[in-house]
Design a protein around this ligand. Structure first.
Ligand code: WT7
Length: 665
């Protein structure tokens, strides 16, 4: 759950009843101008989604919109289409041929613009190159790249030939990359010699080489040459991207994909030590991201759209690549850090490229706040017309700051709630009609049905509880790669007895399997949703999802560690920071250097995003009599709060000792 202070701040705003209604100038030209759409979509969601699907290009039209056998949904059953064709060919063969598809700037300031025609050429050639290496429909391809146009080209080329991409964030460690390659049994790895971050060279291929010592499924490695980065080439296995492109055919026939064929696997953290490979398929996914990109961002042909997410996260998949390109948009992409070389880099880019839509994360916004208003004030941000937020709850203070200092008071702010699993935005304002309340993601997108349930599955109209999604949606996950049991258990079994999975709803043939996202939420008297953060053992650190168990496994992997318990504590910028309570083995000495070693060990095992903020040595960990670590108590200690009930503890003294010790550090 999110912290009390956030809830308090929200309450203050609610009391003041602050609203930000759409401005007339915006409303007048918006795609959605009337509330009626909610009712219309609710009356017949299948018809509503089919309307968007009809705006895409299909090789064969579907026979049936939805086949829902909870918890398995098939969308646009029997339909055939190709996503790369929809995102690229369609526009390259139209009057948009010369429109910029991707405008890119590297951190050092190098620039590239690819028109839809250029993108068409690149995607075709790279698709041919993959085929020449023996890649076939259904093969898994790992992508480990910086934010460069080749990342999008590689994804689209996979989609073109029906290969399944598995993008791994460039900030993940060699071990994380290796696990993801092995779980997906990827045949090819696409990486780069390196990339730039805060003026430093990140040697990606070197990291990848470590992973490649234990990845028997990999037959080929393709390396983009980003700069002059030192690297080793393994003859026969490693190929330069540009060399392959020189010898590739100019055209590669797009594969006719079944609507339910796999598009990608993307790993995300859960409540165990092992990340889950979330599966997304073709027709429903594209329909969902196409529709939400168009309506949530009110995307128009003349927009320059910038989503700052890395391609390694779902936001990069749905709202850097597939959603915007399926709309024929101009996407701006930037490789590096927001504070390089100065803290106004983002604002300078917005000014330079005339960015009109800007979509980023609350953690970034809080950093901007800390850096001060002088940085955005120096730049001309008048091209902006809409702002977005995603990744974690946005505190009302940050919302208002964003609205005022970046949006200059005239841009709607869309706070969009969704997940890797949902594939598409599910709870969000519609900028032309929603009266915005800072801190609230407002309402489910038309056609989406959500509610708040308590532990027993009873609906709460205004109180707090668990967020539940009660109807299937087109971009929903289709499973966990190789683990169907975990899929059912994790997402569809929270309230098994309350909602029999085959229940019919009044107006449609949809069944009511209930999806449990793992988030706490509450609703106010206007029916607005307020997301309150995770309710499971999952942390959200700077908008990135990390499982406490993953960090714990990384810690106990260290030879000095006997046991570890990881919790999150509130952090001013990151939202949540990692605190680890560690029991060391007999005979090992506590020391500052051991703390540093353990922090680095976690970074090495998972990636630096998982590096614990604090490590506290503890002779014992608080456990219940059945041996379960009481993380709730540890969290309270980490946040300096009053401890609740400790009577279920096997040894109540443990907690007092720990508390005292934590207060001393
Ligand atoms: C978790 C999903 C969706 C892409 C980025 C993260 C939290 C996400 C919001 C929001 C409150 C949010 C939730 C969710 N979250 N957006 N607008 N308001 N919380 O994707 O890594 O799959 O994480 O991020 O807790 O469950 P992800």
């Amino acid at each position: 759950m999110k912290t009390d202070t956030q809830t308090k701040a929200i309450d203050v705003f609610l009391e003041e009843n602050r609203r930000f209604p759409p401005q007339e100038a915006f409303r007048k030209t918006a795609w959605v101008q009337s509330e009626e759409i909610y009712e219309k979509a609710a009356r017949d969601p299948e018809k509503f989604w089919a309307g968007f699907a009809e705006e895409l290009s299909w090789i064969k039209k579907w026979d049936k919109v939805l086949d829902w056998k909870p918890p398995y949904a098939k969308w646009f059953v029997g339909g055939k289409l190709n996503i790369a064709f929809n995102c690229v060919d369609r526009w390259a063969k139209s009057s948009l041929r010369n429109k910029a598809a991707i405008i890119w700037e590297g951190e050092p300031g190098d620039q590239r613009t690819l028109t839809y025609w250029d993108l068409y050429r690149e995607v075709n050639q790279f698709a041919s190159a993959l085929k020449k290496l023996g890649v076939k429909k259904g093969d898994r391809i790992a992508i480990y790249l910086p934010m460069i146009p080749e990342a999008a080209i590689a994804m689209l080329a996979c989609a073109r030939i029906g290969a399944v991409h598995n993008v791994v964030f460039g900030g993940f460690s060699a071990e994380s990359l290796r696990d993801r390659i092995n779980d997906a049994q990827a045949k090819v790895l696409i990486t780069a010699d390196g990339g730039w971050r805060r003026g430093k060279m990140i040697a990606l291929k070197k990291e990848a080489d470590q992973a490649l010592t234990g990845t028997p499924s990999i037959q080929h490695v393709i390396i983009v040459k980003r700069g002059e980065f030192p690297l080793e080439i393994q003859e026969g296995r490693d190929h330069w991207w540009h060399r392959l492109m020189q010898n590739a055919e100019a055209y590669s026939e797009p594969e006719a994909m079944d609507s339910e064929d796999l598009l990608y696997i993307l790993y995300t953290s859960g409540t165990t030590g092992k990340p889950k490979g979330i599966i997304h398929t073709t027709g429903g996914y594209l329909t969902g991201v196409y529709a939400t990109t168009k309506w949530v961002f009110d995307l128009k042909p003349e927009d320059v759209y910038w989503c700052t997410a890395d391609i390694g996260w779902v936001t990069g998949h749905s709202y850097v690549v597939y959603g915007p390109l399926a709309n024929g948009a101009t996407v701006f992409m930037y490789e590096g850090a927001p504070d390089w070389p100065e803290k106004d880099r983002f604002w300078q880019l917005i000014e330079k490229y005339g960015v009109t839509i800007f979509y980023t994360a609350p953690t970034a916004i809080r950093s901007f706040m800390k850096w001060g208003t002088e940085w955005p004030a120096k730049r001309d941000l008048s091209s902006l017309r809409l702002l977005g937020s995603v990744g974690e709850p946005i505190n009302p203070e940050a919302w208002v700051w964003y609205h005022q200092h970046i949006g200059r008071g005239h841009c709607p702010v869309v706070d969009t709630w969704w997940q890797t699993e949902t594939g598409m935005i599910l709870i969000t304002p519609l900028p032309g009609i929603t009266n915005l309340k800072p801190g609230s993601a407002t309402k489910p997108f038309p056609g989406i049905e959500a509610c708040i349930l308590n532990e027993k599955g009873e609906k709460s109209e205004t109180g707090g509880g668990y967020l539940a999604i009660t109807k299937p949606w087109p971009a929903m996950l289709r499973g966990i790669y190789g683990d169907p049991e975990r899929y059912v258990k994790q997402y569809w079994s929270k309230w098994p007895n309350i909602y029999p999975v085959t229940r019919k709803t009044e107006n449609t043939s949809l069944c009511n399997g209930v999806y449990f996202p793992g988030d706490g939420a509450k609703r106010d008297e206007d029916g607005y949703f307020w997301l309150l953060g995770r309710v499971d053992d999952v942390l959200n650190v700077a908008g990135h999802r990390i499982g406490t168990m993953e960090v714990e496994s990384a810690l106990v992997d260290h030879p000095s560690v006997a046991e570890a318990a990881v919790v999150g504590k509130k952090h001013e910028i990151k939202g949540e920071a990692i605190v680890a309570f560690v029991t060391i083995k007999e005979g090992i000495q506590k020391s500052d250097s051991l703390v540093n070693e353990l922090r680095s060990h976690v970074a090495k095992k998972i990636g630096s995003l998982a590096r614990p903020e604090d490590i506290i040595f503890s002779a014992d960990l608080p456990k219940t009599r059945s041996g379960k670590i009481m993380r709730r108590l540890l969290k309270a200690i980490a946040e300096g709060k009053v401890l609740g009930d400790v009577t279920t503890l096997a040894d109540p003294e443990v907690i007092n000792r720990l508390k005292q010790q934590y207060e001393e550090t």
